[in-house]
Design a protein around this ligand. Structure first.
Ligand SMILES: [Zn+2]
Length: 266
C-alpha cells in the first residue's frame, strides 16, 4: 500500500462518518417519537421549511448559518453538528484501530448503532426495540456470513449466537435477582437487548468484560453524582455504559483482557 492511501482512506471514512452522523441526528430525534426516518425530509423544527441541499451539509451548514434557520432565524441546537463531528471522529478511530479490511464495514455499523442508542437512552431513558431487535439480527447475519466467507464477520456464527443468548440471559438473571431481593426494577428490558446485541456482534467472549466495563464506569459516574450532591435517586440509564463497554471491546479486546487479568492478579 502506498503511504498516501491510509491518509486518503481516513479522510474518506471521516467524511462518510459526518454524513452518517447527520442521519443519526434524524434517527435520534425521530425513532423515540415513532416517526419514519425517511419521510418527511429534514426540516426546521420552528417554521417547518424543508432544508435545501446546501443547508444540510454536516457541520459546515451549521457554521455558515451560525446555528440559525435560514428562513425563520430559529435556533438550531449545537448538538446536531456535535453528533456529526463525534460520528466522524469515532469512525476514524475505528478505521485507525481496525485497518482497511472488509470487516471494517461491520465494525463501523456496530459503532453507529451504539452511538444512536447511547444518545436516545440519555435523552429518553429508553432503548427502542426498533433499533435493538433488528440490530441483534443484523449482528447474527453478518457473523453467519462466515459460513461462506470469513472476510466480513467479527466472530464465528456460533460465538455470535451464544453471545446473544449469554448477553440477554446474564442481564435477565441479574435483573430478576435484583427484583427478587429489593422489589425494585433495576434495569429496563432495553438493557437486556442491548447486551444481547453486543454479544451477537462480538461473540460471547466479549459479554462478560462489556458488563464489567459498564458496571465499573457506571459505578464511577454514580459515585461522582453522589459526591456532587445530586442524590441517590438520580436515575442514570445503563445503556450508555453498556455501549461504551461494547465499543471498547470491539477496539481493544486483547488489551482489556490483559488489563483485567492484571487487575485480578494484583
Ligand atoms: Zn425555520
Amino acid at each position: 500500500m502506498t503511504p498516501l492511501f491510509p491518509v486518503a482512506g481516513y479522510g474518506l471514512v471521516g467524511l462518510f462518518g459526518l454524513l452518517i452522523g447527520s442521519f443519526l441526528n434524524v434517527v435520534v430525534h425521530r425513532v423515540p417519537r415513532r416517526e419514519s426516518v425517511i419521510r418527511p425530509a429534514s426540516h426546521c423544527p420552528h417554521c417547518g421549511h424543508v432544508l435545501r441541499a446546501w443547508e444540510n451539509i454536516p457541520i459546515l451548514s451549521w457554521l455558515l448559518l451560525r446555528g440559525r434557520c435560514h428562513d425563520c432565524g430559529g435556533p438550531i441546537a449545537w448538538r446536531y453538528p456535535a453528533l456529526e463531528l463525534m460520528t466522524g471522529i469515532f469512525s476514524v478511530v475505528v478505521a485507525w484501530q481496525w485497518g482497511f479490511r472488509w470487516s471494517l464495514i461491520p465494525a463501523l455499523l456496530f459503532t453507529w448503532i451504539l452511538l444512536a442508542l447511547t444518545l436516545i437512552d440519555l435523552e429518553t431513558q429508553l432503548l427502542p426495540d426498533r433499533i435493538t431487535k433488528p440490530g441483534m439480527l443484523l449482528g447474527l447475519l453478518i457473523n453467519a456470513s462466515a459460513l461462506f466467507w470469513s472476510g466480513l464477520a467479527l466472530t464465528t456464527p456460533w460465538n455470535a449466537l451464544l453471545g446473544m443468548v449469554l448477553g440477554y440471559g446474564s442481564l435477565w438473571l441479574l435483573a430478576t435477582g435484583y427484583l427478587k431481593m429489593t422489589g425494585r426494577h433495576g434495569m429496563g428490558g432495553g438493557d437486556l437487548k442491548l447486551l444481547g446485541l453486543i454479544g451477537a456482534w462480538l461473540g460471547w467472549q466479549a459479554v462478560f468484560l462489556t458488563l464489567f466495563i459498564a458496571a465499573l464506569s457506571g459505578g464511577l459516574v454514580a459515585v461522582a453524582f453522589l459526591l456532587g450532591g445530586k442524590g441517590r435517586d438520580y436515575a442514570i440509564p445503563f445503556g450508555p455504559y453498556l455501549a461504551l463497554g461494547g465499543w471498547l471491546m470491539l477496539l481493544w479486546p486483547h488489551e482489556i483482557v490483559q488489563g483485567y487479568l492484571h487487575l485480578l492478579g494484583s
